[in-house]
Write a protein that binds this ligand. Sequence first.
Ligand code: AMP
Length: 214
Amino acid sequence: MKIVMLGAPGAGKGTYASRLSKRYGIPHISTGDIFRENIKNNTELGQKAKKYMDEGLLVPDELTCDLVMDRISEDDCKKGFILDGFPRTIPQAEALTEALSARGEKMEYALNVVVEDEKIVKRMAGRRSCPNCGAIYHLVTLPPKKEGICDKCGTPLVQRADDKEETVLKRLSIYHEQTEPLIEYYNKQGILHEMSGDADVDKEVLRIAKVLEA
Ligand code: AMP
């Protein structure tokens, strides 16, 4: 099963992708996570990507596309995969379609997670993360037991540079300009389905699972 998640940053693509990945036993591939892992390990790719990410800008296609194409060629992707955060531009989507078609394959489902911009800003502004183990908290909806400290490893929590309000607003405007056209791109291929990013997660996963398993 080959799935691509669409939707604004902070809409909840990652949450759904991780649930579907477990349900179907296929890898959840998040380009944001791959870049963050590279930043943590201070790789050359990480150093290049960080400049763009901290500003809320997209990492250039030449640093992004090959990385994803290599990842989906790995053995664990033979049964399928879920892409989360890629493609983010029409050229990325075209590169993906071409790479799949060269293998006689195509994308099967595009799941568009919908949430109003205003809610996204509130969500992301309250988000805190652990720089050590990656755990995510929210000041209002998921606070840590001890204020400002990670429950899992005791490290002081931080606000990711790209979760700051002005950066979130910039990311949303880039989303509308460069990523939203992908909805129409996949709609034309007849594989688009909508999901609510504002619903009960369990119920929404079950609802979409019926579509995927029909
Ligand atoms: P995410 O965790 O998906 O919100 O991604 C965090 C950041 O990584 C984004 O704001 C971009 O700077 C960068 N990024 C992730 N995926 C892509 C992509 N497909 N194209 C360009 N930049 C990306």
